[in-house]
Design a protein around this ligand. Structure first.
Ligand code: ACO
Length: 326
């Protein structure tokens, strides 16, 4: 078995920035309510005509450049998304075509855990020697899947893409130490997009009821998230015979600052070890972990030899962690 390593990272967020104050002009909310409950100040929103695959390609190009790779080097593309250009085909095939790559390409539907699921898939392909250069993307354009009249959800999300290039490590001590994936479909109903599938095909009636938009039971999501994220980070540390003090940086899914703070508190990891950007991006779902990783790497915080703990959870619920020695 070969050790897989993240060879490059990249990110992209649309140019338009929408603040809490902007939102308070169109819905009954305030900057104080949003910031105190979520940690969000602003989010990026895609321009009309800008598609999910466009965001993904911009992030992918940055990651390829950092890794010193070309699109023609890619032998697999995995895209974590629940907001693809179309329901069919996958977002990954549009990314492949726009990059000019020739490799197999598919999407993973694990909502906010999509990039950790994708990273785990890439790790399996690379460590067995089956693939040598895998592009993993987390991308969401959730601004087109939220009801802009529903203050319970529309204030939370933002659009963005993050990318990682995964290949064999030339140093066995550096790379992905382990990945850990979980799901619990028994709580699937707490976070859904009801219409557009077999249960509620898109009909005039479904649209009238707003069933094409994200519906969430925020309190239940909060409870499952806190419990699951703590467990999955502990699982990753135990698998590598490490303790929380070995972790140099935490790269958490940026769903809500209160979820992140509670998980860190339970793990007894100081907040300074977490790389945070929820104030600027909001919840970008599957994009959040690779964007945060890229900010940590390009900003010079994550350095060679550092131990990075990544964690994410989203609709499903589906969650996971990855422990990486940079
Ligand atoms: N502005 C002002 N008031 C609001 C807003 C808003 N944007 N949204 C809701 N409210 C109101 C509600 O209507 C309610 O009013 P009422 O008491 O008169 O009915 C009141 O605020 C309290 O609403 P709650 O939903 O109970 O608020 P809560 O304190 O639970 O906070 C939140 C809501 C922030 C969503 C919280 O439940 C949470 O953090 N949940 C985690 C969910 C999450 O992070 N989801 C992201 C997607 S999933 C993921 O990435 C893991």
């Amino acid at each position: 078995m070969v050790r897989a390593r993240i060879l490059g990272t990249g990110r992209y967020a649309p140019a338009k920035v929408v603040s809490n104050e902007d939102l308070s002009k169109t819905i009954d909310t305030t900057d104080e309510w949003i910031y105190s409950r979520t940690g969000i100040k602003t989010r990026h929103i895609a321009a009309e005509g800008e598609q999910t695959s466009d965001l993904a390609v911009a992030a992918a190009k940055n990651a390829l450049e950092m890794a010193g790779k070309k699109a023609s080097d890619l032998d697999l593309i995995v895209v974590g998304t629940i907001s693809s250009d179309l329901h069919m085909p996958s977002c990954a095939v549009y990314v492949q075509a726009k990059l000019g790559a020739k490799c197999p390409a598919f999407d993973v539907s694990a909502a906010c855990a999509g990039s950790i699921y994708g990273l785990s898939i890439a790790e399996q392909f690379v460590s067995t020697g089956a693939k040598k250069c895998v592009l993993v993307i987390g991308v969401e354009l959730l601004s087109r899947l939220v009801d802009w009249k529903d203050r319970n959800t529309c204030v939370l999300f933002g659009d963005a893409a993050g990318a990682m290039i995964v290949g064999p490590s030339n140093d066995d001590r550096r790379g992905i130490l382990s990945t850990h994936l979980h799901a619990d479909g028994n709580v699937a109903d707490i976070l859904t997009i009801p219409a557009g599938g077999s249960v509620h095909p898109i009909t005039a009636q479904a649209v009238e009821q707003g069933l094409q938009y994200i519906k969430m039971n925020g309190r239940e999501v909060y409870k499952v998230a806190v419990r699951s994220l703590e467990e999955v980070v502990r699982e990753a540390l135990a698998a590598n015979k490490m303790s929380v003090s070995d972790v140099t940086h935490v790269v958490p899914h940026q769903a809500n600052i209160r979820i992140i703070d509670t998980v860190l508190e339970r793990l007894e990891i100081p907040r300074e070890k977490a790389i945070l950007n929820i104030d600027r991006y909001g919840n970008t779902s599957s994009a959040s972990v690779p964007i945060t990783l890229d900010e940590g790497v390009r900003g010079g915080r994550i350095r060679e030899g550092d131990v990075v703990a990544m964690m994410a959870i989203g609709a499903g619920m589906a969650w996971g962690s990855a422990l990486v020695r940079w």
